[in-house]
Design a protein. Structure first.
Length: 339
């Protein structure tokens, strides 16, 4: 499988993963931004999205997606969700038939509410699709700090192949057959991270943050299981692990959006200054719509939508959450799951 790896998307995480893979097999990363491919090739740096990292000499970049995909035996996709369908749809004739695709993107398609692997299955039905998900901040992984993650494919032989491709002394990779659960854990936590950021921006303390993370996990688990995920997946790296780091790290884009909103800035001001996308902003709308479809309560996500898209103040949103009817902690939770 590993004669050549193509990585589509040269954002911070795509570049980090490409660097991991390039240390052991020929790797080409597609970089759409003008001049970025040349910088990666000539200077072994990505000053736009990962400025502190020195990239391996073996990593090659191209501004041509056709060139990047040519003769690839493994494909990794890190295109942001708003552009996912358009980019892959335009390029699908260049994908080698049947090559397994590992998705890095943690978002939902607005409108269709589809997961990224569902889009892959629609556009490239002959290519098995899996997910990489876990508590993985790109800068820390790129710096070689110890981290762990999960590769999920329905076909566990493919999961093990990507496990060997990505794993190393500082990046421990586990496998999981639950593609839906692993993918949804990575998607849903972004919305909860905005909520914890809002609380931090207001100036609230550790008790509030812990309550939001814990009850956020209950929401993630309820909705994830209702949509086909396995309960135990949400207690693992792609569930609680990713939730914790995204909700608590100042390096998290979604948490940062919440903090700045809590401090009084507008969403337009914040997003205008961001070079990379905070997936939770648009995903929040899709999450609430999905929850409504399957009859699952997601009160934190609902209040995030109210703040982001309908002008409610963070304090009003918090009061709404605190004034909800008292109930059992395990209300609505699937059998075998905690929350």
């Amino acid at each position: 499988m590993c004669a050549k790896v193509a990585v589509l998307g040269a954002g911070s995480w795509g570049t980090t993963v490409a660097g991991l893979v390039a240390s052991r097999t020929p790797t080409v990363i597609w970089a759409r931004e003008d001049g970025l491919a040349e910088e990666i090739n000539d200077k072994h740096r990505n000053s736009l999205f990962l400025p502190d990292a020195v990239l391996p000499d073996g990593l090659r970049a191209s501004q041509s997606i056709e060139e990047a995909l040519r003769d690839a035996t493994a494909i990794i996709v890190g295109v942001p969700s708003p552009y996912y369908r358009a980019v892959l749809g335009d390029a699908r004739q260049h994908f080698p038939a049947g090559v397994p695709i590992l998705n890095l993107t943690k978002g939902l398609e607005v409108g269709s509410l589809r997961r990224m692997t569902e889009i892959l299955a629609e556009l490239l039905p002959g290519s098995p699709a899996g997910v990489l998900s876990g508590p993985n901040l790109a800068k820390e992984v790129a710096a070689g700090e110890p981290a762990a993650t999960v590769v999920a494919f329905a076909d566990q032989s493919l999961a093990r192949e990507y496990q060997q491709l990505l794993g190393g002394s500082s990046f421990r990779v586990y496998t999981n057959p639950d593609v839906i659960g692993c993918e949804l854990g990575g998607v849903l936590k972004n919305v909860i991270a905005i909520a914890t950021g809002l609380a931090d921006g207001i100036g609230l303390g550790d008790n509030t943050r812990a309550a939001l993370v814990t009850r956020g996990l209950a929401e993630v688990t309820r909705l994830g299981v209702a949509l086909g995920g396995e309960p135990l997946t949400f207690l693992g790296l792609s569930g609680v692990g990713d939730l914790v780091v995204t909700c608590m790290s100042p390096k998290s884009r979604n948490h940062s959006v919440g903090v700045q909103l809590g401090q009084g800035r507008t969403l337009a001001e914040i997003t205008a200054e961001m070079r990379m996308i905070a997936e939770g902003v648009k995903t929040s709308l899709a999450v609430v719509e999905l929850a409504s479809r399957v009859g699952v309560e997601v009160p934190i996500a609902e209040q995030v939508v109210e703040v982001l898209h309908h002008g409610r103040s963070p304090l009003e949103a918090l009061r709404t959450l605190m004034d909800r009817e008292m109930r059992s902690e395990l209300h609505g939770m699937p059998t075998g799951a905690a929350g």
